[in-house]
Design a protein around this ligand. Sequence first.
Ligand code: ADP
Length: 447
Amino acid sequence: MFQKILIANRGEIALRVLRACKELGIQTVVVHSTADADAMHVRLADESVCIGPPPSRDSYLNIHQIVAACEITGADAVHPGYGFLSENAKFADILAAHNITFIGPSGDHIRIMGDKIEAKRTAKRLGIPVVPGSDGAVTEEKEARRIAAEIGYPVIIKASAGGGGRGMKVAHTEADLEIALQTARSEAGAAFGDDAVYIEKYLEKPRHIEVQVFGDGFGGGVHFGERDCSLQRRHQKVWEEANSPALNAEERSRIGGICAKAIADLGYSGAGTIEFLYENGEFYFIEMNTRLQVEHPVTEAITGIDLVHEQVRVASGGGLSVKQEDIKFNGHAIECRINAEDPRTFTPSPGTITHFHTPGGLGIRVDSGVYSGYKIPPYYDSLIGKLIVHGRNRVECMMRLRRALDEFVVDGIKTTLPLFRDLVGNADIANGDYDIHWLEKYLAKGE
Ligand code: ADP
């Protein structure tokens, strides 16, 4: 087991990882920018190292400073959290070269999944169902026309190097194709420095369903069920559930089994998430994230297993604490992402939180790094906390969520709490009847 873990992140996830390390009796080091000197995880860590000024590129993305912080403090492993360097293959490689363990998969696996064409090809080879489309990059309009005609319109053109929902264009008819191909390529080139694009069938009303997987580091793989993250705004997840209201037990174990086997065949190590669009009973792979996800607590709620403990165990060569047959799904969980944003316009609302009171009671978990008097710096993303609610079934979970949202007080800044108070009373949400476009349509109606 590791002696000392350095946490290369900030905010709620830095605190989340710190808690797991403390429980495992591992010493903790956190790195922080000058803007985060007062952060909760900095106060609670055994050691802290200031690695630079507020902009992420000078601090949380500064690989040399982070490696130096490991060497100064004698940390033998790094947990990258999510975002920042968590899917940076070069960072994983550099740590390995310094004999520091990256708590995550190998640089090679990160690289494969970071290239969407390569990821899709790999998924297909491993027996994961993918969206029908081109086999690789498409440059010629003639070829694009042929593929689109074969799979049928509408089609979506996506950047191979894409991320964050950028560089995607939909063509509804053949007449739209030329312009969609050109715009997607020039946007991809400008945003990612790589203009490779590929074509897939555009699904009209899918749900976003993702499977939590783990490779044990010895060639074995398991799944921890799925999460439904269909409620999104601008491709950003807003509300997540486990299990998905759309799947039955048979579908769950079928797709879970396919993913667990793929992970084993790939020789993957650590936590990963295989993301699908789901429509008319079919799953279509879109991408794999090679890290812990923001929404991992809903999986923890229904399985009772601490996924960060498992990440640390696997990275240290100790394997998983559970086998597939030990992983049972108990009840239902929902997570609301609470952002420091205007609940109608979603413009960021940084500033000082004058009062912060979190709900409590059975089945309630709040993961947050903020406190009364905390000043939210304007440099980073606007997530200030996550409310995770667990119940014996979805109905109980929703009743408890409504109660918890009523208790939650955040004064001094605007937050997205009012949006969740609206959603929890909505009939479609109560019925679990929504697809990936539902929230955008709902928000458009409210204006
Ligand atoms: P990114 O890495 O940029 O987030 P993804 O491939 O994960 O890109 O896709 C982001 C979102 O775009 C999906 O969650 C979905 O809403 C939409 N999308 C992607 N591919 C398709 C498709 N084939 N049909 C319909 N919507 C899609």
